[in-house]
Design a protein around this ligand. Structure first.
Ligand code: PML
Ligand code: MG
Length: 268
C-alpha cells in the first residue's frame, strides 16, 4: 500500500442500539469506495436498516503501523451449539483459561453480556484465572480497531477461503480482528460468536491453537453474541491494553494455513 494510510470505521445503530460495524486501513484513493460499502452494509443489515451511521476517517502515521501474519484457521464440525460450546471450552482450557472464566464468559454471552441483557458493542475483558470482568464500561465493552489485510493478503485469503467454501465477510473480518487480538500483550485467548441471528458460527483464538471455528456456537435466530478476551492474570496495565486494542494500527501481510473442516473429536 503506497502513500499515507487512513483508518476508516463505521458504526451503525438502530433504536439507539448497536447494529453493525466495520473497519479498514486504506489509501486515500480507496476511501470513497470503502465508505460507500460501509453505508450500504449499515442500510441493508439483516437485523434492520440503520437509523444512525457514523463514519470516522483518520490518517494513521506510517511509522506506527506494525505488520503481522494471520493465525492458522481450523474448522471443527459439531452437531449443535451444545457440542460446539463444549468443544470451544476444551480449546480455551488448553490455552490456559480456567473453567471458572470460561463458564462465566459463556453464561454472560448466552444471556446478553450488557447490563440490559443485550449484546455488547465491544468485547468483555475477563481475567483468565478468576473470571472477573475487567472492562471499564460493561455496556460498550472494548472495540478492536485499526487493523486490516494488505491487498495481496486479502486476495490470498479470498482464494484460500473460496477453496474451502468459506469465503464470507464474517470469516475474513473475524480472522483479521482475532489476529490483532493475538498480538496484544497480556491476552491469552479470545472467544466469539456472532450476534447476527442468521449466523451461528463462532471461534476460539489463541497463540497455540490458532483460529479454531465451530459452525454452531449458538441457536439459529438468537441475537445474543459477542466477544470475550481472556487476560493473563497479573500485572498488565489495563488502560495500556485497551489503548492497544483500540488504536494500534496493524496490517496483516501474510495469511496462515487454512485447514479443511473435520469432525470434532473429544480427544483434540
Ligand atoms: C460476526 O461476524 O458477527 C462474528 C463471526 C464469528 C465467526 C466467523 C467465522 O465463521 O469464522
Ligand atoms: Mg454482527
Amino acid at each position: 500500500m503506497k502513500g499515507p494510510l487512513f483508518s476508516i470505521r463505521m458504526q451503525a445503530s438502530l433504536h439507539g442500539r448497536h447494529l453493525s460495524g466495520a473497519e479498514h486501513l486504506s489509501t486515500a484513493e480507496d476511501l470513497e469506495r470503502l465508505a460507500a460499502g460501509m453505508v450500504k452494509r449499515a442500510l441493508g443489515h439483516m437485523r434492520g436498516r440503520a437509523e444512525k451511521i457514523q463514519l470516522t476517517i483518520e490518517e494513521v502515521a506510517t511509522g506506527q503501523i506494525d505488520y503481522g501474519a494471520l493465525p492458522d484457521l481450523h474448522t471443527y464440525l459439531v452437531d449443535d451449539y451444545h457440542q460446539g460450546r463444549r468443544a470451544a471450552a476444551a480449546i480455551l482450557l488448553k490455552s490456559g483459561v480456567s473453567s471458572l472464566a470460561i463458564d462465566g464468559a459463556m453464561a454472560a454471552m448466552a444471556s446478553g453480556a450488557a447490563p440490559d441483557g443485550r449484546s455488547m458493542r465491544g468485547a468483555m475483558l475477563i481475567d483468565a484465572k478468576n473470571g472477573n470482568r475487567l472492562e471499564p464500561d460493561q455496556a460498550r465493552g472494548v472495540r478492536v480497531s485499526r487493523m486490516d489485510l494488505t491487498e495481496q493478503a486479502q486476495q490470498e485469503l479470498i482464494l484460500g477461503l473460496q477453496a474451502l467454501g468459506l469465503d464470507n465477510a464474517h470469516v475474513r473480518e473475524a480472522l483479521t480482528l482475532a489476529a490483532k487480538v493475538l498480538t496484544t500483550p497480556g491476552i491469552v485467548a479470545e472467544l466469539c460468536w456472532s450476534d447476527d441471528p442468521g449466523y451461528t458460527a463462532g471461534y476460539v483464538a489463541s497463540a497455540q491453537q490458532g483460529y479454531v471455528r465451530f459452525p454452531h456456537l449458538k441457536p439459529i435466530g438468537d441475537e445474543r453474541g459477542g466477544r470475550a478476551f481472556f487476560l493473563a492474570s497479573g500485572e498488565q496495565d489495563l488502560s495500556e491494553l485497551i489503548d492497544y486494542l483500540q488504536t494500534k494500527p496493524m496490517l496483516f501481510d501474510r495469511i496462515g494455513q487454512l485447514y479443511r473442516a473435520q469432525p470434532w473429536g473429544e480427544e483434540l
